[in-house]
Design a protein around this ligand. Structure first.
Ligand SMILES: Nc1ncnc2c1ncn2[C@@H]1O[C@H](COP(=O)(O)OP(=O)(O)OP(=O)(O)O)[C@@H](O)[C@H]1O
Length: 505
């Protein structure tokens, strides 16, 4: 029988009265890929932070087995202690210094290690982790940056790798390459904890699955015989049906009524590079227009330019027949916005759940009376949104910073979608959401469309854009390529996303 490289016994973590992780046992074997699944707020990140020394357990013990096969108790006071015990973590938001080279970033990681063994740089090629060590990190694609993060962990000889939603930023082709790397690391005897909301990926890559629900471990088993439906049942206690998608109403009824009109739009990025290049497109009432693409290909700049948050270098942006300048004017035209980065633009972490839910002029107008906020209406509105979007814990007064990532995202969605804006710009709306919450958002976006509203859905999730879009584009290196004709050919779309194939433009 394979040996345990990591053991958690009866681990509990409380925040005040709240039990985020409740008496959890968990075992990780050398050479296995162990997936952790659970709905938003189930306790996955908290559990990982306990292993990585970012939190200390309120109860229970953690044991690691060292290179000499001795098991000892881990009392990690910080990530430095975890790293010294062979534990590495790749966060969703990379911890790289953009203006340094790959080699310099790895050297900095080595500097964190007080003593102990170091991985051999030359051995990394056998895992397929090929990156130019002299390249500046900021010049690398997201997929390559992720490789650098893994290289950093291997440089300090991590035998346990914690990967927090690692595929969220990758194109379908990159995911394949990434899985090959994981299998090589596994064959080398390293153990991988893989956190993901994507059932298909979990089923294809993991050996075993642990499911958490409301802080408790509710399931542990081999991946082999499980189906996505059975997993969803373990996670939330019920089946989830795929969203039913009917044809777009505008196709059947009136002639299209233009909502967003972009003509020859060029937008510069933060380093003055051309981020959006000569883009022309439109969205109409009663349709969802999808833009698929890998992160960092101009999607953020495109959304920010439409919202009036970024200047355009040339071209025009028409919204509902007008040409609003600046975010306030755009908002006043009735445009909803789900930004790419919830932490910097979506929520204000120190503000309460209620304040964040109502941070929108229209909401504020609805709950004001003679320019004074009606406290009763304010509370009712917040409580209704918390119920509708299943925001947990359902407490309107706590700061948003104490909510899990997925629940923070639900706040942005509740605020922006519930007002049923004429135009909704949604960038990766379901990133970090569990299957149930993602399903709810999909239904809401389709309802928007059915109410003759217009949605521009910009997403790195190909499955999502394919499911929801009436018309489809791919964005690659700042260019927009119409891809409706390719929608049944996922491989062709994947190639367009990585810019490897060119169609007539
Ligand atoms: N610092 C904190 N203070 C108070 N409560 C917290 C804190 N960190 C996490 N929690 C709570 O602990 C619970 C578990 O959160 P955690 O981030 O571990 O969930 P998760 O399973 O990773 O969810 P997601 O899939 O949304 O990222 C949540 O209810 C969250 O509100």
């Amino acid at each position: 029988m394979a040996e345990n490289i990591l053991e958690l016994r009866n681990i509990t973590k409380t925040f005040g009265d709240f039990v985020a992780v409740d008496s959890v046992d968990f075992e990780l074997q050398a050479g296995e890929i162990h997936a952790i699944l659970g709905e938003n707020g189930a306790g996955k990140s908290t559990l990982m932070n306990l292993i990585y020394g970012l939190y200390q357990p309120s109860g229970g013990r953690i044991y690691v087995t060292d290179r000499e096969n001795w098991q000892h108790r881990l009392r990690a006071k910080s990530p430095r202690d975890a790293i010294a015990n062979g534990i590495g973590m790749v966060h969703q938001h990379f911890m790289l210094i953009e203006n340094l080279t790959v080699a310099e970033n790895i050297a900095l990681a080595l500097g964190q290690l007080r003593s102990g063994p170091r991985g051999s740089a030359s051995s990394n090629e056998r895992f397929g982790l090929i990156v130019d060590p002299t390249a500046l990190v900021r010049s690398l694609s997201v997929g390559l940056k992720q490789r650098v993060e893994i290289l950093k962990a291997l440089a300090v000889d991590a035998r346990i790798l914690i990967l927090d939603e690692p595929t969220a930023v990758l194109s379908p082709l990159e995911v394949e390459g990434f899985f090959t790397i994981l299998r090589k690391l596994q064959a080398d005897g390293r153990a991988i904890i893989f956190i993901s909301h994507k059932m298909k990926e979990v089923l294809s890559i993991s050996d075993r699955i642990t499911v958490l629900r409301r802080g408790k471990k509710v399931y542990l088993g081999p991946t082999g015989e499980l189906t996505a439906g059975a997993l969803a049942r373990e996670m939330i206690g019920e089946e989830i049906n795929e969203v039913e998608r009917s044809a777009s109403p505008h196709l059947e009824n009136d002639p299209p009524d233009n909502v967003l009109q972009l003509s020859n739009l060029t937008v510069l990025g933060s380093r003055n590079e051309v981020a959006v290049s000569d883009v022309s497109m439109e969205t109409c009432r009663g349709e969802i227009v999808g833009i698929a693409g890998v992160d960092g290909n101009g999607q953020r700049e495109l959304a920010e330019a439409i919202m009036g948050l970024r200047h355009r270098a040339s071209g025009t942006i028409g919204i509902l027949g007008a040409n609003p300048q600046g975010i306030k004017a755009v908002r006043q035209r009735g445009v909803g916005y789900i930004p790419e980065d919830r932490q910097t633009t979506g929520v204000i972490a120190g503000f309460s759940v209620t304040e964040n839910l109502l941070l929108n002029v229209t909401h504020l107008e609805n709950i004001a009376q003679w320019n004074i906020l009606n406290q009763k209406r304010k509370r009712e509105t917040a409580e209704n949104l918390i119920t509708d979007y299943d925001i947990r814990p359902p407490n309107p007064d706590i700061p948003v910073s104490s909510l899990s990532g997925g629940n923070q995202q639900k706040i942005v969605l509740a605020r922006e979608i519930s007002l049923q804006p004429d135009l909704l710009i949604a960038v990766n709306p379901t990133r970090g959401l569990d299957v149930n919450a993602a399903h709810y958002v999909h239904e809401n976006l389709l309802a928007q469309r059915d109410h003759k509203k217009s949605v521009l859905l910009i997403s790195t999730e190909l499955d999502e854009v394919l499911l929801l879009s009436d018309r489809l584009y791919v964005m690659s290196r700042g260019k927009l390529i119409e891809a409706t004709a390719q929608r049944n050919d996922v491989e062709a779309l994947g190639l367009l996303m990585t810019g490897e194939t060119h169609t007539e433009e």
